[in-house]
Each structure stands twice: as C-alpha cells, then as structure tokens.
Design a protein around this ligand. Structure first.
Ligand SMILES: [Zn+2]
Length: 111
C-alpha cells in the first residue's frame, strides 16, 4: 500500500462506532484481514470457542466473545484464524474498493 502511505502520512481517522486509528495502521490491518476475503464465514463466537476466552476484531480491535455485554460482539466473520466484526466486514472486506469508504471517515488530530 505504498500509495496509501504517501497519501495518508501521519493522518488519523475516527472509525464509525469505534475508536480512532492512525490511518496507515488501519490500512495495514485491513490488508491482513482481506487476505481471507472469500473464505470468511459468519459465525457466533460460541461455535468456535464455547468458553470464556475472547478475541479482537483484526481491524478495529472490538472484543468478540461469549456473553451479553454491550461492549462486546458475540459473533463476526471468521477465516484463517482471523476474526473481523460485522461492521468491519461490511465496510472493509466486502467492497472491492474499501478506500472509498475510508475517504469518508472523519479526520482527527493525532491524539
Ligand atoms: Zn471491527
């Protein structure tokens, strides 16, 4: 993503409904997750880990676990040992050109 590195050098964005991210870090994580594009299955966490463990969304770091807290997701998209939350799957994995969505994110000052 050398094009993106130049274009977004040092910029930060607010991921909708999530936290803030340095944009190149975000893109790196999206690219890792997109390696599984085509292999993801929508799963409840309990179908893979029926216990009290947890994982994080590869992209936004949302906690995915079993339970009923508003602070976690109880499922997501899973492929190749990688979990992606529902929102990130729809924003970053499904579209061919996810950078068009990233371009709409609010830019914020470096925290
Ligand atoms: Zn996510």
């Amino acid at each position: 993503m050398s094009l993106s590195d130049k274009r977004y050098n040092g910029e930060w964005v607010r991921i909708p409904n999530r936290g803030n991210s340095e944009i190149n870090y975000l893109i790196d994580n999206v690219e890792v997750a997109r390696k599984g594009k085509g292999n993801f299955s929508r799963l409840r966490y309990s179908e893979v880990y029926p216990d009290s463990s947890h994982v994080h969304c590869e992209i936004c770091w949302m906690t995915i676990a079993n339970g009923n807290s508003n602070d976690i997701e109880t499922g997501g998209y899973y492929a190749n040992e990688t979990w992606v939350c529902d929102q990130c799957f729809h924003i970053f994995i499904e579209p061919e050109d996810y950078m068009r969505v990233v371009d709409t994110f609010e830019r914020i000052p470096k925290p």
